[in-house]
Design a protein around this ligand. Structure first.
Ligand SMILES: Cc1cc2nc3c(=O)[nH]c(=O)nc-3n(C[C@H](O)[C@H](O)[C@H](O)COP(=O)(O)OP(=O)(O)OC[C@H]3O[C@@H](n4cnc5c(N)ncnc54)[C@H](O)[C@@H]3O)c2cc1C
Length: 517
């Protein structure tokens, strides 16, 4: 697009599934500017099936699987909406250009009782969904997409959101006035050293919303994926559940299968259980390099190559032939379950501020996410938020002209990178898969001590560091306050549920955490 407008009707921050789906809905109500901090296809994830109902499935079974995964903390109404509206959202994608229509394959994933994860073209489903959304968005003249525009904060007047501040693709600060903003900024996995998330997942939406006074809920629940590729200096490429569903085995350093000791469903046990089992096996082995193996070597090689083309090619790039070699794997932070608290229409507690997708906490996932429900959440709740925003639109106020100086896109600052490394290390070590009071108190203290160094960010990366820091603190404070284990949150000092006190959602208020129904 040619230059950014000083004013528009709606700003959507994020060009992933949730942001694009919302923009398509909003285009009927006015001009929509979609911001993406990198190129538009760079968000989550490497591979991703989406859940949908196959002919042999029923809404009630999918509902039950989702509620079971959520460990009694899902909002059943939110789950019902998700599942009832899902078929409509998938059908329209097919009309808009997804190739799902050509080739539908339903696979089984962990914690699902039926084959309902929809795959297209081997393991490239998500890019197909994004492609279909782009085709539709490009056909709507009211939508403009601005890549490499980094939103730094939300503007508000008298308790109503009035626009956004950003650093544009040339490094120049801008303010854009609008009547409502949607946060669709994705996850916050980059607060951890080991994560499957892309570089853009730095929790910007949660941090911006919290600074603006929005409620942030359930952020202690971080889903760790048990099997990411473990190789030094190589991104933690996700080795999907579908591999284990096809029969892949987990083996420890002695080459023994171990999941049977931990859960009757073995390799297909819920993600958090598999992740904890792996952590335990890694501790027992006392190996210098923390990993176990994923073994597909007993499966039909041609079938594996055909079913998982992307996994095969990616591992080959690192000299691992998955049909012949054991794959070194470790758990990695994968999905934020909580986020900016919204109602079922994506509305937050701040007038004019909406959130959808992984940045939002709708109550759909409860305390843990059923694998493959996230893309569906982005589609269903993105559309709902877009519709609600469009209906409540009011005219945009013009903010004052911003001086164009001071900020920049770079250069890379070694000091900032060092701080990012410290945040990631402290979160990984103390607020990871297995948590304790002492560890989390230590993490909070270290993060608080770092705060002054991050207080006045000048570059994009410094803003990201500041957002990672705040998101990390919110996660650590919420995790410390929840004195029980539930869903994706596991504490050694409180290994059981405490329904009396904690069958509730956490809410961060300032530096305090409260629990609400
Ligand atoms: C490896 C991997 C595999 C996954 N597999 C599955 C799966 O099989 N099934 C499933 O359902 N889910 C899966 N998930 C989860 C799912 O993909 C995500 O939850 C979902 O894609 C999130 O979509 P979103 O639209 O909320 O955000 P994203 O798709 O992450 O998009 C975020 C957008 O926000 C932009 N952004 C962020 N901050 C800023 C800022 N400050 N200014 C401007 N723009 C900004 C980014 O540039 C990006 O465009 C997977 C996730 C990963 C990482």
């Amino acid at each position: 697009m040619k230059g950014l407008p000083a004013e528009t009707d709606f700003v959507v921050i994020g060009a992933g599934v949730a942001g694009l789906r919302a923009a398509i809905e909003l285009a009927a109500a006015g001009r929509v500017l979609v911001l993406a901090k990198k190129e538009v296809a760079a968000s989550n994830p490497q591979l991703a099936p989406v859940t949908a109902l196959s002919d042999e499935d029923e809404v009630i079974l999918h509902l039950q699987d989702t509620l079971d995964a959520g460990d009694h903390l899902c909002n059943p109404e939110a789950v019902k909406v998700l599942l009832e509206e899902a078929p409509g959202r998938i059908d329209e994608l097919i009309v808009w250009g997804s190739q799902h229509a050509r080739k539908l394959v339903f696979g089984l994933e962990s914690a699902h009782s039926r084959h309902r994860s929809l795959h297209s073209d081997g393991d490239s489903t998500r890019s197909e969904i994004l492609r279909a959304l782009h085709v539709k968005a490009d056909s709507l003249k009211h939508i403009s997409v601005a890549p490499f525009c980094f939103s730094t904060s939300l503007l508000a007047d008298a308790g109503h959101i009035t626009g956004v501040s950003l650093i544009d693709d040339k490094g120049v600060p801008q303010e854009i006035a609008c009547s409502a903003v949607l946060l669709a900024t994705g996850g916050l996995g980059q607060i951890y050293r080991n994560t499957t998330n892309p570089e853009v997942a730095t929790g910007d939406g949660v941090a911006m919303a919290f600074r603006a006074g929005a409620e942030v809920s359930d952020v202690e629940f971080i889903q760790f994926h048990p099997t990411a590729l473990y190789m030094k200096k190589v991104p933690r490429f996700l080795l999907s559940e579908a591999l284990r569903a096809e029969g892949a085995h987990l083996r420890n350093f002695e080459m023994n299968r171990f999941m049977g000791k931990y859960h009757p469903m073995g390799e297909l046990a819920p993600r958090d259980l598999v992740a904890r089992a792996i952590v335990h096996e890694m501790e027992v082995s006392r190996a210098k390099d923390p990993f176990v193996y994923l073994d597909l070597t007993h499966l039909n090689a041609a079938k594996v190559r055909k079913r998982f083309p992307r996994t095969y090619t990616t591992c080959m790039q690192h000299n691992i032939d998955i049909t012949e070699d054991m794959i070194p794997v470790c758990p990695a932070a994968h999905c934020a379950i909580g986020g900016v608290r919204t109602n079922l229409d994506g509305k937050t507690n701040i007038e004019g501020l909406y959130a959808a997708g992984e940045a939002a906490a709708t109550g759909v996932h409860g305390a843990n996410r059923l694998p493959s429900n996230s893309l569906l959440e982005g589609l269903v709740y993105g559309a709902r938020a877009g519709k609600a925003m469009g209906e409540s639109a009011r005219s945009a106020a013009r903010p004052g002209i911003q001086p164009k100086a001071a900020y920049s896109n770079g250069p890379v600052d070694a000091g900032v990178e060092e701080l990012v490394g410290q945040i990631q290390a402290v979160m990984e070590n103390e607020v990871g898969i297995v948590r304790t009071r002492m560890g989390m108190q230590k993490a909070i203290k270290s993060l608080e001590e770092m705060a002054p160094k991050l207080a006045h960010p000048k570059t994009r990366r410094a803003h990201e560091a500041s957002n990672l820091h705040l998101a990390g603190l919110l996660v650590a404070r919420s995790a410390l306050a929840r004195e029980e284990s539930r869903g994706a949150h596991y504490r050694m000092d409180y290994p059981d549920h405490d329904d009396k006190k904690f069958l509730k959602h956490s809410l961060v208020r300032g530096d305090k955490v409260v629990f609400v129904s």
